[in-house]
Design a protein around this ligand. Structure first.
Ligand code: GTP
Ligand code: MG
Length: 256
């Protein structure tokens, strides 16, 4: 069963060859990819780029898919999507140049106002994906940016930590179901201080550890380097060696 499902796994290009190589070709479907790092480390930028790339055809590193974004910090920027579409290599069909409006139409954004709302939106994403399967582009990417901000803000103090973890685990379970049912990438962001905190317990262990079924989890630690350079470190993955990749965040998007 698991072997059969693995054959269907698709990969989405990040736009950077070195980042792709680190990930074994790109971000995998049927998995949760967690981008964690400090403010400004590029988590939201990577999310925007993948929301563009997943819409491309297979030959161009995409999955011909549409996107759902659960935006908890109001950081989704349509203008940034337009810039990134304009930054793509030219469309292979000269009669059909890239249309940024088309790309925007395939990105369904919902603002989450608190953690309960976020949980509800993840559940309704399952319904929306079902609808889009029948009419339109199937959803191959679900982004939760940020996964943790509301939970962190609402659950302060030791007494509530267990509650928080329990709720977050349930939420992750929904996200894993989404990844499996839709053969989709689930991309989540998690802001941490320069020294990774213990939000998920041991930071070298995969998020949501024991509740994982066959859904793979990749954890990527992002940090700033000189200028527009960013370093991605694969911290934990089911089948890939740990390593690092350097890429740039430019006006045109993610580049080597
Ligand atoms: P938090 O959400 O605060 O935790 O940060 P983040 O990790 O999501 O950071 P984000 O992805 O927002 O990265 C911000 C950085 O990306 C900025 O400091 C810029 O270096 C770069 N960036 C953001 N927008 C643009 C843009 O339009 N053009 C270019 N060239 N760079 C951008
Ligand atoms: Mg962000």
């Amino acid at each position: 069963m698991v072997m059969e499902r693995r054959k269907l796994v698709g990969k989405v290009t990040t736009g950077s060859e070195t980042f792709n190589a680190l990930m074994g070709g790109g971000f995998e479907t049927q998995s949760i990819v967690e981008l964690y790092g400090e403010f400004g480390s590029g988590k939201t930028q990577v999310a925007h780029q993948v929301a563009v790339n997943v819409q491309l055809s297979g030959e161009l590193g995409g999955l011909d898919g549409s996107v759902i974004i659960i935006d908890t910090e109001n950081t989704f920027r349509p203008e940034r999507i337009i810039q990134m579409v304009e930054g793509l290599s030219p469309s292979p069909d000269p009669d059909r140049p890239w249309d940024p409006e088309e790309f925007l139409k395939n990105i369904h954004v919902a603002r989450a106002y608190n953690s309960n709302h976020q949980i509800l939106l993840a559940e309704s994403a399952l319904d929306l994906a079902e609808k889009l399967k029948k009419s339109g582009k199937p959803v191959r990417l679900l982004i939760v940016d940020s996964l943790t901000a509301h939970f962190r803000a609402e659950y302060v103090g030791r007494g509530t930590l267990a509650d928080r973890q329990q709720k977050l685990n349930k939420h992750l379970h929904t996200l894993m179901r989404f990844a499996d049912l839709n053969n989709a990438v689930v991309l989540v962001t998690n802001q941490v201080m320069a020294k990774p905190d213990a939000f998920f317990g041991d930071p070298t262990k995969p998020v949501g550890g024991h509740i994982v079924g066959h859904t793979a989890t990749f954890r990527i630690y992002l940090r700033k380097s000189k200028g527009d350079k960013r370093i991605a470190r694969l911290v934990d993955s089911p089948n890939l060696p740990d390593g690092e990749a350097v890429f740039s965040v430019t006006t045109a998007g993610l580049l080597d």
